[in-house]
Every structure is written in structure tokens, then in C-alpha cells.
Design a protein around this ligand. Sequence first.
Ligand code: GLU
Length: 328
Amino acid sequence: MTAGPTADGVGRGAGRDTGPGAANGAGRFAPSPSGDLHIGNIRSGLLAFVRARQTGRRFLWRIEDLDRVKPGAAESQLAVFAELGVTPDEEPLVQSSRLHRYAAAIDRLDKAGLVYECYCSRKDIAQAPSAPHAPPGAYPGTCRHLGEGDREARRAELAEQGRQPALRLRTDNAAHSIHDELLGEVTATVDDLVLRRGDGVFAYNLTVVVDDSASGVDEVLRGDDLASSAPRQAYLAGLLGAGPMGWLHVPLVLNSDGRRLAKRDGAVTYQQLCALGWTVADVFAWMQQSLGFDDADENWTGIDDMVAHLDFGRLDAQPTVFVPPSGD
Ligand code: GLU
């Protein structure tokens, strides 16, 4: 069968588990609990909250803890946002408690003939000749058309090494677009993406789509490093019968070398900045300046100012550089 998303979607009838509040829609912040958030991540999270408040959506929080978990990090991230005046409207959703939902989504796709096992290692993929016109790094389709005999042999080989096959989505390998409120049209080739990794962990693209849909999220605001993933997530959402999604990918905060801000750049977390004397008001003053609203009459000192005065229509589309203060 062809794999293009249909208006009906494979998963029609599965329903959302959101209750009546979903009628108003929701936005969300979904940090990985791998450590303290830096000021750039905090900026994206605050923007997601402001957007939800300005558009009458619920603001949800998701703990994406299937990978790279640091004990205590999720609690600490929530505590920082609480100090900044932001608390989610519902109990955070924890991905590790939802494995049955991800398995069920794969099952539905499988029943529609859209899932196949992939036995390739990273090296196999890097060394395979790529399909004509495929973007660099796209899956070359090695395991797409194997017969059952080959599959059994490859499965047994992997089992001997204590590994299991990954599961991939059978796509149409075509370009798909989404409309982003800030970036305009974003187009990417949707190749046969991984749904469950070879180590058994459900893949990010699957979990994000299943959870956003189940929570009634109808607008995603996040850093623009994830913009290129949006067409693939929208495609998968279509297959699973999810409703339409709005997208806003906001510019990242960079370090003085023009690279994405990282912990190694110095005092970049809220805790580190507070230790150097920053207050909540300093955080919001920096938000105002870094987002391009420092020409206004008002001074932002807290989240209410940001909600009242931030105008998404004139958000600075350029990334901002953050130079961490030094301790001397
Ligand atoms: N958990 C992802 C991260 O921390 C974000 C996922 C998303 O917003 O879609 O980068």
C-alpha cells in the first residue's frame, strides 16, 4: 500500500485522552531531564508559556526521560520555572510511564503495513550507496524490501550479538512541508524514520507525536534547531490520525563563537547566574533585550510583563548571543 498520510489517518477512531479541556488546545514545553537548563532553553520554555497564555491555550510540561536522564534534573527544571513564575496547568506528563502508548501506536502503523524491521548498524547506513536524490544521511532503504527468509537470518545474526532490530516507518520518501508562523514554509524529505531504536528505546519522533496528540497540543513552540524535524513529525501525526498542528520555531541563543549555547560556555544556567547575583528581574530584563523588545517604554521584571508585552508579530528572528558574566 502507499504510505502517504490520508485525511482519515490510520488511527482514526483511536481518540484523544485529554478530556473536555482539549477543546481549547494546548502548548507545551518538553525538556529532556539531562541536566540544568541554560538560559537559551529557559528562553524557549518561557516563550512557549507566553504563547499559550496569549492564545488561551493550556500550558503543558512533558518530561522526555527515555534517554539521557540525570536524577533530579526534571524536578530542578520545574523548580527554576516556578521561581520565574511559571507552573504548568497540569501534572507533567512523564514519557517513561507511557511506553504502552508508544507500542500501541507502532502496532497501529504495523497493522496498516507501515512498519518494517531494520537490521542496519550506523556504519551499514553510512557505507550504503544512497538512493538517487536522497538528502545526505537519509536511510538508503537497505532493509525495506527484504523477504521473510532474509529477515529471519538477519534477526538471528543480531540476536547472537544480543541486539534486536530497529523498527522503521515505511514512508513515501518525498518532500513534505509545514507552515511555521515565524519561518514560513519548512520543507524536508521524510525518509523511513526510526520508530523504535535497536536498543529498544522508542524514538523521539514517535513519542513526541503520540504525546502531543494525546495531550491535545495543537501548537508547538520550540527552538529552531528542531524545525527540520517538524515535516517528519507532521507526516507521522497524519498517519496516526492526529489533528492539525501550528508551529513556531524560535531562534536559538548562541555563544560568542556563533555556536549553539552550551553548558561548557560558562555561567549559563539559572542557578549559576543567581550565584553571580542575577535576580528574577535580571532574567526578564535579559529576555526583553535578547528578544528585541528593549526599545519599548516598559521594563520587563517578571513573567506577567512578558505575557503582557511580547508581540510574536515582531519577535526578533535573528539568534542572540549570550556572553556569560564572569565571577570576577
Ligand atoms: N526534548 C527535546 C529537547 O529537550 C525537545 C522536544 C520537542 O520540543 O519537540 O531538545
